[in-house]
Design a protein around this ligand. Structure first.
Ligand code: NAD
Ligand code: LMR
Length: 329
């Protein structure tokens, strides 16, 4: 029997939490032979902690063999203690008419506090995945607070965008989803993100050739993927939750699976012309469980370079908006 992994999840009683926890406990994230202890963290609000009790009762009632324990807390010092993975979901979602960056002033503060505590009390091998929006910049804020954990342990989720892009390519081409590969996401989890269709394949052939509609790829495709979150809010009245939880399962699962190439928001290091100190989506290869290296060899045409410049500009602007938060590191 393996030693249980300690998985801390913030916002555990929220929408995404309700779709996520059961998938983690069932083994979808870390595998069918990996026992877990879930460390569930909520805001210090009576209603949220009460809802968390209910979620925990349902986890019990699922009788998941892998779930070896649950910690329920509103104290991050307790919730992140010894955690091997810290999944930072808890934050305000946007409503209709808002952009994700509008959340920065409120949500950014959460990630200052959590980044500090994680650095102080989480396990030596701790990894952090940020979902709360705006995810890239919140991830940068959390990482800026860390003195012990290196920056490459902090990743932001852009996997929902990769899944959305690949689903759109499958629909347009009439092919199976499993035929569509390698549509990686560059930049910010925002409408400026760039889903690089140039490198995607469908049934092993370049997607652009199979689809044979460059105007659609450069126009409607990029726009649909970039604005999908807003379209879901407009239709559902609430931001995406089940698909976001599913994407986080994919994000962590693939970061634990050596050899996998997938889109992750990481400290850019200057790759693809991004500012070196912003967290930008790009393809990475998982090297060993929890570790990755950026794939830097994809060639970019003029269209791609323009898109990357625009999403980089937005990331740099977001960083300027939270400069005061970064100084607290
Ligand atoms: P929600 O409002 O349903 O749940 C958020 C939960 O977080 C609430 O239960 C709240 O009490 C809790 N919370 C707030 N502050 C906290 C703190 N300091 N510590 C612990 N818990 C805290 O929201 P949701 O729909 O679950 O979305 C959560 C976040 O994820 C939002 O910011 C949303 O925009 C974002 N999101 C990101 C992506 C992505 O692809 N990166 C996709 C979907 C949603
Ligand atoms: C999404 O992409 O669905 C989420 O980031 C929620 C949002 O605000 O769009």
């Amino acid at each position: 029997m393996k030693t249980p992994l300690r998985v801390a999840v913030t916002g555990a009683a929220g929408q995404i939490g309700y779709s996520l926890l059961f998938r983690i406990a069932s083994g979808a994230m870390f595998g069918a032979d990996q026992p877990l202890i879930l460390q569930l963290i909520e805001a210090p609000i009576e209603k949220a902690m009460q809802a968390l009790q209910g979620v925990s009762m349902e986890l019990d009632d699922c009788a998941f063999p892998l779930l070896k324990g649950q910690v329920l807390t509103d104290d991050p010092n307790v919730g992140f203690k010894g955690a091997n993975w810290c999944l930072l979901v808890g934050a305000k979602p946007r409503g209709p008419g808002m952009e994700r960056a509008d959340l920065l002033k409120d949500n950014g503060k959460i990630f200052i506090a959590q980044g500090k505590v994680i650095d102080a009390v989480a396990a030596d091998d701790a990894r952090v995945a940020v979902v709360g929006n705006p995810a890239n910049t919140n991830c940068m804020i959390a990482a800026s607070q860390a003195k012990r954990l290196p920056a490459d342990r902090f990743t932001a989720m852009v996997r929902l965008d990769q899944n959305r892009a690949q689903a759109q390519l499958a629909k347009k081409s009439g092919k199976e989803l499993t035929d569509v590969k390698d549509c990686f996401i560059y930049g910010n989890h925002s409408p400026t993100m760039f889903p690089a269709f140039q490198h995607a394949t469908i049934s092993g052939k370049p997607a652009a050739g199979v689809i044979n509609d460059n105007a659609w790829l450069q126009g409607a495709f990029c726009e649909t993927v970039g604005k999908r979150g807003a379209a879901i809010i407009a239709a559902r009245g609430l931001s995406s939750a089940a698909s976001a939880a599913n994407a986080l399962v994919d994000h962590v699962h693939d970061l634990m699976t050596p050899g996998t190439i997938h889109s992750v928001g990481v400290k850019s290091g200057g790759n693809y012309g991004f500012d070196p100190n912003v967290w930008a989506g790009m393809p990475v290869r998982t090297t060993k469980p929890g570790s990755w290296e950026a794939i830097t060899t994809y060639a970019m045409d003029d269209f791609a370079k323009t898109k990357i410049a625009a999403t980089n500009k937005e990331l740099v602007e977001e960083r300027a908006m939270v400069a005061d938060m970064l100084k607290q590191g």
